[in-house]
Design a binder for this molecule. Structure first.
Ligand code: PBG
Length: 334
């Protein structure tokens, strides 16, 4: 057996010393690979039509349901912080089986989009496009006579709603319903009406996830019967996500979104290798709530954990990160 001094001498002769580039903060910054800049972040916003419903969301501390006026002020702050944009969710006063208020030209999303784009024309406004906040049964599509989600009838509704968002001036519509063929239907409706410049960010690979729990409280959109597993993807499937993404690109999606983020980084990395379109990842409500709760208990260090979480998305290959931490992070890192 070798003596300790001999081992040390051998170590001194080592050619590769990985720690050399970790010596100082400046050196570590110089060689860092992934970076998260505020202009890559999107902040989700919840806007209520019924102003008495504005206020905090118990399962998402720090996140508010906002009135249109508050949302406008928030967008000014996000814009000033150099953020990439916002993703808007509308909470209507009235819900019905046909999600009628979604395509209303004076609906809450349409009104808010108009107000924000009037005041901040160069701020990127993305509208989530789904029916679950608008249906009384809480599903993302309309139902047929048997009570199943009617895919093709839903496409019609999505196309009309997308058009109403485009007319209000939205930059990007983001269908999150997971119906088959929606990207093609939406693209055709937009183009037919002259909105060839309105982009589509499709939630291409959206999994049926327990991590949406807090959002459903925030947006009051939990399904009243059954679950979303007949349209959202099985968490066990990775290859299927590649097919979903490929189809959405063929149908005309400009940006592809993968959701949730944390438990699906392998999907982000696979998609990055396979596709050359901009990729977005959604750091969802349950991921926010989990980190927040652990930090509140003093079990993890909030800011470092957020930094580590966000950089993991960039490292996996996401270009755009949608996160409830966006504003907080941008203020700190901007
Ligand atoms: C609507 C929608 C959901 C989320 C975004 N759009 C909920 C769901 O599909 O049940 C989840 C966002 C989050 O959890 O932060 N279809």
């Amino acid at each position: 057996m070798k003596q300790a001094p001999e081992l040390a001498a051998k170590a001194r002769g080592m050619e590769v010393r990985m720690r050399r580039l970790r010596t100082t903060h400046a050196m570590r910054q110089l060689v860092r690979e992934a970076d998260v800049r505020p202009h890559k972040l999107i902040q989700p916003l919840f806007v209520v039509e019924d102003e008495s419903a504005a206020g905090p969301i118990s399962s998402m501390p720090g996140i508010l349901r906002m009135t249109k006026g508050q949302a406008l002020e928030e967008c000014r702050a996000l814009h000033d912080a150099g953020m990439g944009g916002m993703l808007l969710f509308g909470l209507p006063k009235v819900k019905d089986a046909a999600a009628s208020s979604n395509a209303d030209p004076d609906g809450i999303v349409q009104q808010t989009v108009r107000a924000v784009k009037d005041a901040l024309p160069d701020f990127v406004v993305i509208a989530d496009l789904c029916n679950c906040e608008y249906t009384d049964h809480g599903h993302c599509g309309v139902l047929n006579a048997r009570g199943d989600i009617d895919n093709d009838a839903t496409l019609d509704l999505l196309a009309r709603t997308a058009l109403s968002y485009a007319r209000a001036g939205v930059d990007v519509v983001a269908p999150s319903d997971m119906m088959d063929g929606r990207v093609r239907a939406i693209r055709a409706a937009l183009d037919d009406d002259g909105f060839t410049h309105t982009a589509i960010m499709s939630y291409a690979a959206k999994y049926a996830s327990a991590f949406y729990g807090p959002f459903r409280e925030a947006a009051n959109c939990a399904p009243q019967f059954g679950d979303r597993r007949t349209y959202q993807m099985n968490p066990a499937n990775g290859r299927e996500a590649m097919r979903e993404i490929e189809l959405d690109i063929q149908e005309g999606a400009d940006i592809i979104l993968i959701k949730p983020g944390l438990a699906y980084l392998d999907i982000v990395a696979q998609a990055r290798r396979r596709f050359d379109v901009p990729l977005a990842v959604y750091n969802v409500s349950g991921e926010y709530a989990m980190l927040h709760a652990a930090a509140e208990k003093g079990w993890i260090e909030r800011e470092t954990a957020i930094d580590e979480l966000l950089v993991s998305f960039a490292r996996a290959g996401a270009d755009i990160i949608i996160t409830y931490f966006a504003k907080e992070y941008a203020r700190r890192a901007g």
